[in-house]
Design a protein around this ligand. Structure first.
Ligand code: C2E
Ligand code: CA
Ligand code: CA
Length: 695
């Protein structure tokens, strides 16, 4: 900076110099004739006056420069100064605005001998002010048009500035600032506690908030509004200021209430339909994230509805559905949601469950709603439901997933013999974290070649020769070691990599089988597991099969896909069409885990199935549980009657082996013969011939 060479603070004269050089200020002096005797200041340059022009000002009467309506007030002030009176004004000169403080200069006797003036360039300030005013005006207009009011509150004092539109909305005088309590007095009494909670939460978290509520004007008019806002905090995280808006949505709300009633409700039961449910779910997830609590979703499917419908007719079926709806509604709180998804499916959303709780009491109330039996045409009917439970956020990451997971859990309930409840399996918070990690890992596993296939021999029951292998997927995880499908299949199925890994599995399994058939000259069959998800894009799936066969040169008859009942029962017509195409390729189809899914076997008539695999849970109970043993027996008999090959899997003991031979299963598979082997080991088994039994 332009400081004098001497050390220490600048003297008065120097200070003035500095001020005039660095501030947009000026100073002048004039004699009693109002002729300039001195004039200095950086602003003069901004006016386009160079040194020469400034020099020319000296000695010239001020009247020459200050003329007309702009100049007159300045001259008036200067004349006042000559009368020993100081005054201030703001005036424009040469297109810019200046402030001026003009006062007299007196001699020792107190006689006025001249005037001095000092002031600053105010052009920029005035411009900002005008802009601000214009903006304020526009904002006001816009707020009025949008019926949107705004406010700013100082958290410490509670002092609140409100926009005119907000004052209009609340029906209070538009004076600002007001006290925050004025605003709060307008809240609907039923919502004051909720609002207070929300406010405290926003203050604690220093974050944004949004909610819909009602206000009551002093004349008692109720308006629906949407309040949004956020809290500003200082560096130490202490809330300093709240800023918010309030939007009048009364007209909108009224229109929506009618539309909602029409579009978002099921006409038979009056319950919310799936659209409204998805909206509520969205809100529930947002709220539980905010409030750090949980909500529970129950997916309920009536077990015997079809029977009622078939035997008593649709009208009676409708009566039943309405009664179920009524009972479910009564079993939950006002704030919970009961929705009808269509058909005989209902969803119950239980809100605000404590973090430590799993909502058991609330859930059992819902389940108990099915008791006592329902009276239809004077007779009592026991109606039961299969219930799937999923908890947010423990079981799902978003509103879409929780519905899906509750649905999956319901399916499991159905499979476990109906009239029961199942919680979504991958349910704990710990597994959720693990799951997230796995989800990330799956991507790199593909590119790093961490997936492998093992092959488990399938043995001909009579000759004990190996007739085929089942390809089983393994993941050589860099940190967690060798993983079986149970620990990652679910993640994989929901990842974008399912297609590519599915293709890889099929390609490798086919290539391996083709190689064995060429090398050892034996008609080895390869069984490959296929998940429901892989089949959803049916064209792609058929092309995948055809491509794997073509590339490997494997005889299509040597390939069999294993699918579960649930995969095909979701949509029978679709499944029949797809599986017929698979059969047209010459590829076999085995129903995996047979006996655990549908109670109805009639579908087998329609399906081009080549094998049934008795689930290992039944095989494991041979000699222990008569009922399960009977199922193995029934499946074997069914296979024989329908001329479908029957494979028993999970054979672990001599005893099971013997029993299954008596039941005349066609093929056996299990640890009794061999665990899953790697490609080389499996090849050796084939080479060594018949010796498959390890004991
Ligand atoms: P799954 O299709 O029922 O496969 C049979 C499972 O039973 C295999 O488990 C096998 O190792 C196991 N096992 C075989 N013999 C015995 C026995 O004597 N006792 C017992 N306790 N278990 C036996 P793994 O390999 O863990 O596979 C589990 C499931 O993962 C499979 O059940 C299948 O549903 C799925 N999976 C495996 N590989 C694939 C694949 O490549 N693609 C698809 N989509 N799913 C696969
Ligand atoms: Ca299988
Ligand atoms: Ca199985």
């Amino acid at each position: 900076m332009g400081r004098s060479k001497t050390a220490g603070p600048p003297r008065a004269n120097e200070s003035l110099d500095l001020v005039l050089r660095w501030l947009p200020a000026y100073i002048f002096a004039a004699d009693t004739q109002l002729r300039f005797t001195a004039i200095r200041g950086a602003v003069l340059r901004a006016l386009g006056l160079d040194d020469e022009a400034i020099a020319r000002l000296i000695g010239t009467p001020a009247e020459r420069y200050f003329t007309g309506p702009e100049g007159e007030p300045v001259l008036a002030c200067a004349r006042d100064a000559l009368n020993n009176k100081s005054s201030s004004l703001e005036s424009s000169w040469l297109g810019r605005w200046f402030s001026a403080h003009i006062g007299p200069v007196c001699d020792e006797d107190g006689n006025v001998i001249g005037v001095v003036g000092i002031g600053m360039d105010q052009t920029e300030r005035r411009r900002l002010q005008e802009e601000l005013e214009a903006e304020r005006f526009m904002l006001n207009e816009a707020q009025q048009l949008a019926e949107l009011g705004s406010w700013v509150m100082d958290v410490r004092t509670g002092e609140t500035r409100i926009s005119p539109e907000l004052a209009r909305l609340l029906g209070i005088p538009p004076v600002s600032p007001q006290h925050a309590s004025k605003l709060e007095q307008a809240f609907h009494p039923a919502e004051i506690r909720m609002m207070e909670r929300e406010k405290q939460r926003a203050l604690r978290s220093c974050g944004p908030y949004e909610f819909a509520h009602r206000i009551v004007t002093p004349e008692g008019r109720v308006r629906y509004v949407r309040s949004r806002g956020h809290v500003q905090c200082d560096e130490r995280g202490k809330p300093v200021r709240c800023i918010g808006t309030m939007l009048d949505v009364t007209e909108l709300t009224k229109a929506r209430q009618v539309a909602e009633l029409l579009a978002y409700h099921d006409s038979l039961t009056g319950l919310p339909n799936r659209w409204l449910l998805s909206e509520r779910l969205e809100r529930a997830t947002a709220r539980s994230r905010r409030e750090r609590n949980k909500f529970v979703l129950l997916f309920i499917d009536l077990d015997n509805f079809k029977r009622i419908n078939d035997s008593l007719g649709h009208a009676e079926g409708d009566v039943l559905l309405a009664e179920v709806a009524h009972r479910l509604r009564r079993a939950v709180r006002e704030t919970d949601t009961v929705a009808r998804m269509g058909g005989d499916e209902f969803v119950v959303l239980l809100n605000g469950i404590d973090a430590e709780d799993d909502g058991e009491t609330a859930i059992s109330k819902v389940v108990e709603a099915f008791w006592p039996p329902f009276t239809l045409r004077g007779d009592d009917y026991v109606i039961t439901g299969s219930v799937g439970v999923a908890v947010y956020p423990d079981d799902a990451k978003d509103e879409r997933e929780i519905l899906q997971h509750a649905d999956m859990a319901m399916y499991e309930a159905k499979q476990s013999g109906r009239n029961c409840m199942r919680r979504y399996r991958n349910g704990t918070a710990a597994t959720t974290a693990k799951r997230l990690q796995l989800e990330r890992d799956v991507g790199s596993a593909v590119s790093n070649g961490e997936f492998r296939l093992l092959y488990q021999p399938i043995v001909d029951a009579k000759s004990a020769r190996i007739c085929g292998f089942e390809a089983l997927l393994r993941w050589q995880h860099p940190r967690r070691g060798l993983l079986a499908p149970k620990s990652f299949m679910d993640v994989l199925e929901n990842s974008e990599h399912l297609d590519s890994i599915g293709e890889w599995i099929l390609g490798n399994a086919c290539a391996q089988a083709a190689q064995w058939r060429r090398s050892y000259g034996v008609p080895i069959r390869m069984s490959v597991n296929v998940s429901a998800r892989q089949m959803t894009r049916e064209r792609h799936f058929i092309q995948l099969l055809a491509g794997a066969l073509r590339q490997s040169g494997l005889d299509p008859e040597a390939l069999e896909i294993e699918i579960t009942e649930t995969a095909i029962m979701r949509d029978l017509e679709w499944a029949i069409a797809l599986l017929s195409e698979v059969r047209d390729l010459g590829v076999g189809i085995a129903i995996d885990d047979f006996g655990t899914g549908y109670n109805s076997l009639s579908y087998l008539k329609h399906f081009p199935v080549t094998a049934l695999k008795i689930d290992r849970s039944f095989v494991g109970e041979i000699g222990i549980d008569a009922f399960d043993e009977a199922i193995s027996f029934a499946v074997a008999a069914l296979g024989r009657a329908l001329r479908i090959r029957v494979v028993a899997e999970g054979v672990e003991t001599q005893r099971q082996h013997d029993a299954l031979q008596i039941l005349s299963c066609d093929e056996l598979q299990g640890f009794y013969f061999s665990p899953p082997l790697d490609g080389a080991q499996a090849g050796e088994r084939i080479a060594s011939g018949a010796a498959a039994a390890s004991r």
